[in-house]
Design a protein around this ligand. Structure first.
Ligand SMILES: [Cu+2]
Length: 163
C-alpha cells in the first residue's frame, strides 16, 4: 500500500509540477537574500497568471504557479492557506542533483529583485500544497495569503485551472 501510494504520488507529481523525474522533496537550509535598499516608490507586488492546477482524486499535494514582479524589489517571506484547503504550503525550487534528476527543494523566502519578473511555472519554482483537505477542482478557487517584507500582507483568490 505504501509503495503503491508512493509511486502513484510520483506520477501525479510529474503531472502537477511538470517534472521529468522526481527523487523526493528535500529541505535545504536557505539563505536570506540581502534586502534591496532601492527607493521604495511603490511597495506593491504585481501578481500575474496566478492559478493552481486541478488535483486528481485521492492526491494530497498540489501546485500553484504565478509571476511576481516588484518595481521596488521585495521578498516573499511567508504564505498560508486556510486549513480547509491544505495543511501546509511551501515555496519550492527545482534543482538538478548529481545524477541529473530534478529535485524539489523548499526555499524559506523568495527574493523579488526590483523590476524583474519572477516566474513560478511548471518544471520550475512553484508553491506546493501538502495535505490537501479536498481535491482542487477546476473552476473553483481558494484564498492564498502572501506576506511580503515590504509590501505587507496580501490575500488573493487562486483560481483552479490547468494553465
Ligand atoms: Cu514541490
Amino acid at each position: 500500500m505504501n509503495r503503491r501510494t508512493h509511486s502513484l504520488s510520483c506520477l501525479v507529481l510529474v503531472a502537477i509540477v511538470g517534472m521529468a523525474a522526481i527523487t523526493g522533496c528535500t529541505q535545504q537550509p536557505g539563505r536570506l537574500p540581502a534586502a534591496s535598499e532601492g527607493a521604495a516608490r511603490d511597495a506593491g507586488v504585481e501578481i500575474r497568471a496566478l492559478h493552481a492546477r486541478p488535483s486528481p482524486d485521492g492526491v494530497t499535494v498540489g501546485a500553484i504557479f504565478t509571476t511576481f514582479r516588484s518595481d521596488a524589489g521585495d521578498t516573499l517571506v511567508g504564505l498560508s492557506v486556510p486549513a480547509e484547503v491544505a495543511g501546509r504550503i511551501e515555496i519550492h525550487s527545482m534543482v538538478a542533483n548529481a545524477e541529473g534528476q530534478m529535485e524539489m527543494h523548499e526555499i524559506p523566502v523568495l527574493a523579488l529583485p526590483a523590476g524583474e519578473d519572477v516566474e513560478l511555472k511548471p518544471g520550475g519554482m512553484h508553491l506546493m500544497l501538502f495535505q490537501l483537505a479536498r481535491p482542487l477542482v477546476e473552476g473553483q478557487s481558494f484564498p492564498l495569503t502572501l506576506r511580503f517584507a515590504r509590501g505587507g500582507e496580501k490575500v488573493i483568490e487562486v483560481p483552479i485551472r490547468e494553465d
